[in-house]
Design a protein around this ligand. Structure first.
Ligand code: CTP
Ligand code: MG
Length: 238
C-alpha cells in the first residue's frame, strides 16, 4: 500500500491523550471511578503506568474535570512526561482539549477507565502508522445480538454477529485528521462517543485491530472486581 503523508516511520514517538474528566455516574461511587483503588493504586495510575511503559509513548496528556482535586495529589502527577488539561462536557470535548497540546503526528486516545490494556495490543495498533490509515482496538461480539424496536424492549431482529465488534481503546489516528474530524462533529452538533465515530462521520477509514478481551472499561460496580482479577492474572504472565 502506498504510504500517505501522515504515515510515521518505525522509530516515531507518540502522544497518548487520556480523557479522565468523567464523573463515573454508572459506577455509583463517592469518587469518580478513575480514582477507585484496585490492588495498590488507583485505576488511572494503573492506566498511565501501562502507557508510560510503552517505549514509543513519550508524552501523556490527561484531561481532567474542572473541579478535580484528586489527580494532583497522586504520585504519578509528578511524572515529567505528563501534562494536564481541563476536560469538557463530553468525552469528545475532553479529547479535543488534549489534542491542542499533542506533539506527535499520530495520537493514541485511551480511556482512563481501561487499566488492563496490554502493551502487545498497543504495539499492534501502533503498526497502523506505517499504513497511513488509523484504527482502533476492538473485540468481536460473542453473544447473539438483537436490535430492539424503537423505544421498546421487544426484539425487532437479530443482527449478523460476524460483522459486529466492540470498540475499545486506544484509538489511534493522525493528529490533524482526528482534530479536524472532532471539530467538524462539534460544529455539526454531533456528540460522538469515540474518536472512530468522528472519523467515520467525516468519511475516513477506521481499521479494526483485534485486541484482548481483558481490556475492559470499568463502568459498572461489578467491573471493579473483574479488573482486579485481570490485573492480577496479567502480573503472573510476566
Ligand atoms: N470522559 C471525559 N470527559 C467527559 C466524559 C468522560 O474525559 N466529559 C472520560 C472518562 O473519564 C472515561 C472515558 O471518558 O475515562 C470513558 O467514558 P465513560 O466510561 O463513559 O466514563 P464516565 O463518563 O466517567 O462514566 P459514566 O458515563 O458512567 O458517567
Ligand atoms: Mg460517560
Amino acid at each position: 500500500m502506498e504510504e500517505s503523508k501522515t504515515s510515521s516511520n518505525a522509530t516515531s514517538s507518540f502522544t497518548a491523550v487520556i480523557p479522565a474528566a468523567g464523573i463515573g455516574s454508572r459506577m455509583q461511587s463517592d469518587v469518580p471511578k478513575q480514582y477507585l483503588k484496585i490492588l495498590d493504586s488507583t485505576i488511572i495510575e494503573h492506566t498511565i503506568e501501562r502507557l508510560i511503559q510503552h517505549p514509543r509513548i513519550d508524552q501523556i496528556v490527561v484531561a481532567l474535570h474542572p473541579d478535580d482535586a484528586v489527580f494532583n495529589t497522586l504520585p504519578i502527577a509528578k511524572n515529567d512526561w505528563l501534562t494536564c488539561v481541563v476536560g469538557g462536557n463530553n468525552r469528545c470535548d475532553s479529547v479535543l482539549n488534549g489534542l491542542q497540546i499533542c506533539q506527535s503526528e499520530w495520537v493514541l486516545v485511551h480511556d482512563a477507565a481501561r487499566p488492563c490494556v496490554r502493551l502487545a495490543d498497543i504495539e499492534k495498533l501502533l503498526a497502523l502508522a506505517n499504513t497511513g490509515t488509523g484504527g482502533i482496538l476492538a473485540r468481536k461480539a460473542t453473544d447473539t445480538m438483537k436490535r430492539a424496536l424503537p423505544q421498546r424492549e421487544t426484539v425487532d431482529k437479530t443482527e449478523d454477529r460476524n460483522s459486529l465488534w466492540h470498540a475499545l481503546t486506544p484509538q489511534f489516528f493522525p493528529t490533524v485528521q482526528l482534530r479536524d474530524a472532532l471539530n467538524a462533529c462539534a460544529q455539526g452538533g454531533l456528540t460522538v462517543t469515540d474518536e472512530a465515530s468522528a472519523i467515520e462521520q467525516t468519511g475516513g477509514t477506521v481499521t479494526l485491530v483485534e485486541g484482548a478481551i481483558d481490556n475492559i472499561k470499568v463502568t459498572l460496580p461489578l467491573d471493579l472486581a473483574l479488573a482486579e482479577f485481570y490485573l492480577t492474572q496479567q502480573s503472573k504472565e510476566q
